[in-house]
Ligand binder design. Structure first.
Ligand code: MN
Ligand code: MN
Length: 291
């Protein structure tokens, strides 16, 4: 990887680490979800970077893809297990990192996903397969007595591309893709007290453009004008200041121009923890850009 490119990944990682750490300190019982999410997102922009996706703020059995909605009145409460997942980009080069904040008594569960991430990072180098990384993640989570979430994976990153190859599973399997020098990979173990499988909830606050096609509805056209500069990276409903926004979104989803990212959750009453870092694979190991 060229030095200038590595520098961009490093700088995006530095900003993400600093902002996420500040966000972690804001998640306290009684604090507002909307205020917290907006404050964290504003810190990224004032650092001169862009948001690769809306700040994910997912509670308890929700593993991912929740964020504040417009007028969101939710507050953090004692007992909550909160995942903050932040994506920062510089010129399209992404740092993707997440932490879990325990407002209850889920310390061991938080430790499980962290230990799994550490185990994967310790192994990450050219030639190791994604199946072997998944095996290390699974073993660490099961050692702590929880289930890895089998249908969520880490992923390769590329310019403006958030979920490219290779997928990095949270469970072991034979084979898989060998990592290569120069690849950028986000690894994100999820540990659960529930079934270890997530499904889609009805709640949708995050969207992304997946096709470029002309559309007739004027409000839909204006929405596409607003999100064009995202180059396909996800956006939140809350970001769109537009009359007939929800009609436009529904129309674009129906046409297959925009996709939804529904909240992903394990069974009701369960708790899911997440830890995530972005890595650049180097000749003799890896550089963790977000650590
Ligand atoms: Mn993430
Ligand atoms: Mn990710």
């Amino acid at each position: 990887m060229k030095d200038e490119l590595l520098d961009l990944y490093r700088e995006a990682g530095r900003i993400a680490r600093r902002v996420l750490s500040a966000g972690e300190g804001m998640v306290r019982p009684g604090a507002g979800v909307l205020e917290t999410v907006e404050a964290v997102e504003a810190m990224v922009l004032s650092a001169g970077a862009g948001l690769a996706f809306p700040l994910n703020c997912s509670f308890n059995e929700a593993a991912a893809h929740d964020t504040a909605s417009e007028g969101d009145e939710r507050v953090f409460s004692t007992g909550d297990l909160v995942k903050l997942d932040l994506g920062v980009h510089l010129d399209g080069y992404v740092a993707d990192t997440a932490v879990t904040i325990d407002l209850g008594d889920h310390g061991e569960l938080v430790q499980a996903s962290r230990a799994a991430l550490d185990a994967a990072i310790a192994l990450a180098r050219p030639g190791i397969t994604t199946g072997e990384l998944g095996g290390a993640i699974q073993a660490a989570i099961e050692f702590h007595g929880y289930r890895p979430v089998a249908n969520l994976t880490g992923h390769g990153l590329d310019r403006y591309l958030l979920h490219g190859p290779p997928g990095v599973p949270n469970i072991g399997h034979p084979g898989g893709m060998p990592l290569q020098e120069g690849q950028v990979v986000a690894i994100e173990p999820f540990a659960s007290t529930g079934s270890g499988l997530v499904s889609e909830a009805a709640r949708v606050e995050i969207f992304g453009q997946i096709a470029v096609r002309p559309t007739r509805l004027p409000s839909a056209r204006r929405l596409l004008d607003l999100v064009r500069e995202r180059h396909g990276m996800p956006f939140s409903r809350r970001w769109l200041d537009l009359p007939k926004r929800d009609v436009a979104l529904a129309n674009l989803v129906k046409q297959g121009i925009v996709r939804t990212y529904p909240v992903l959750h394990d069974v009701p009453g369960s708790f899911v923890s997440q830890a995530e870092h972005t890595l650049v694979i180097l000749e003799d190991g890896c550089l963790v850009t977000t650590a």
